[in-house]
Design a protein around this ligand. Structure first.
Ligand code: GLU
Length: 212
């Protein structure tokens, strides 16, 4: 495949967020074939000259599997334990899958707190941009070990939020949120059978904000 010049690309810098349900295929553990398919697609875009950054969930699911814990074990300390044990497994799989394409990856674990002060914001931005410049694919996740929901200002809450902030941080041209939900619905499709998909939002008004 030939490498296109960066200026001819529709989207030069892309942030792709992979949700847990996507990379576990809805199961209790990481689904390597689902991850392979995603990595292959990212590699294709990388080959075409785009700069890619991934925001990946899955550390908690990977940790649960690694430690042999069941879904019944909940609570913030366990979430942190599972994230800590699972993050390295998650990265290990990404590293192996990207290696097959000759693409190098890097890990960045962030908290809201890191981006809320100017120095932290600029350092993070500089690091991520330098990695992209080197052709590396940064893989970002929330640093669940320190960012717990109870400390409101420390936590992004979820990776949708985190990926939106990172997309702004690096001036991305496109943010892709990939999960098991088709898009924006009129209600929660997991709970309401009458929920309808809104294929395109033309204007953000109060009604749309309410749905979000
Ligand atoms: N950081 C969590 C994990 O890696 C996921 C949070 C989210 O998906 O919103 O498992």
């Amino acid at each position: 495949m030939t490498k296109k010049s960066k200026s001819s690309l529709a989207y030069r810098r892309i942030v792709a967020k992979f949700g847990t349900s996507l990379i576990t295929g809805g199961t209790n553990q990481l689904d390597q074939s689902a991850m392979t398919g995603l990595v292959d697609q990212i590699a294709r875009l990388h080959q075409q000259g785009s700069e890619l950054l991934i925001v990946s969930s899955g550390a908690i699911a990977a940790g649960r599997q690694k430690l042999g814990l069941t879904r019944k074990i909940r609570g913030i300390p366990f979430r942190q334990v599972m994230a800590s044990a699972g993050q390295s497994r998650l990265m290990n799989i990404y590293e192996q899958l990207f290696d097959k394409h000759g693409i190098r990856v890097a890990q960045a674990l962030l908290t809201r707190h890191d981006l809320s002060d100017r120095a932290g914001y600029l350092n993070t931005r500089n690091t991520l941009l330098a990695l992209l410049e080197l052709g590396v694919v940064p893989i970002v996740n929330e640093n669940d070990v320190v960012a717990v929901d109870e400390i409101q200002e420390a936590s992004f809450g979820d990776n949708d939020n985190l990926s939106a902030m990172v997309a702004n941080l690096i001036d991305a041209d496109l943010l892709l949120l990939l999960g098991d939900i088709g898009g924006l619905y009129t209600a929660d499709p997991h709970r309401r059978t009458d929920a309808r998909l809104i294929p395109q939002v033309e204007r953000i008004d109060r009604e749309i904000e309410r749905l979000a």
